[in-house]
Design a protein around this ligand. Sequence first.
Ligand code: A2P
Length: 264
Amino acid sequence: MTSFMVTSQTDDAVKVLNVKHWTDRLFSFSVERPASFRFRSGEFVMLGLLDETGKPLLRAYSIASPSWDEKIEFYSIKVPDGPLTSRLQHLQSDEYIIMKKKPVGTLVLDALIPGKRIYLVATGTGIAPFSSLVRDPEIYEQFEQVMLIHTCRDNAELAYGKELVRISNSDPLIAEMAHQKLVYLPTTTREKSDVMGRATDLMRSGELFTKLSCTSFSPEEDRVMICGSMAMNSDMKSICEEYGLIEGANSHPGHYVLEKAFVG
Ligand code: A2P
């Protein structure tokens, strides 16, 4: 049975503006921003298509563009037999998808107690919410240093993050602050690059803190946001707690927050 098409008449339909394939596993796309749609940088929304019975097939997707931007961007993995991404990867501009206009999530600055440094630690497509946050002036107003740490399998999978850092350093709105405060540390695990190994292993060995010229996490000064697979989130959670950091949420800000990257 073929699936139903989302049209401009479908509830919560938004028009696709642009699709970019980064590797055979990764792509990003942007959609028109509905006039009344507001969100905080770092939040996610439910996004998707219609299934073969005409029902919405939705998954949580972090918004990868900052809250001030005119368009809304998403960054996604392509799962060959994933019910949604196997279809979503074939999106073309001017087609429609469903986007629920109820942004939520814990990777927001409001969920953290003020601090000196913020570490944004991602694997794979987990960089999406941080792509939103590092392009928003607010993070530079609140922190003296913003450490973006991204672990991927190979160099090709780092391309989205590298482009993000290039844009941040050249966007007149934040370029000056980004030059002063944004520190980017990409690492790979399955291909040679300047820094090899999982961010978690590099933290445990101390190599990561040496490279960043920082001491290890302290509850007084450091804040951490985590977004990746279930396994990486749980390893990072243990590391944060070993250093005495306490998990935060919108209702009770803390030293660190985490969210699972979209996977299916
Ligand atoms: P590895 O190559 O050692 O599995 P994926 O593409 O599978 O989502 O993985 C993205 C990156 O996350 C890979 O570099 C992978 O390393 C790394 N990774 C997987 N599990 C963990 C974990 N528990 N902690 C930190 N990094 C991890």
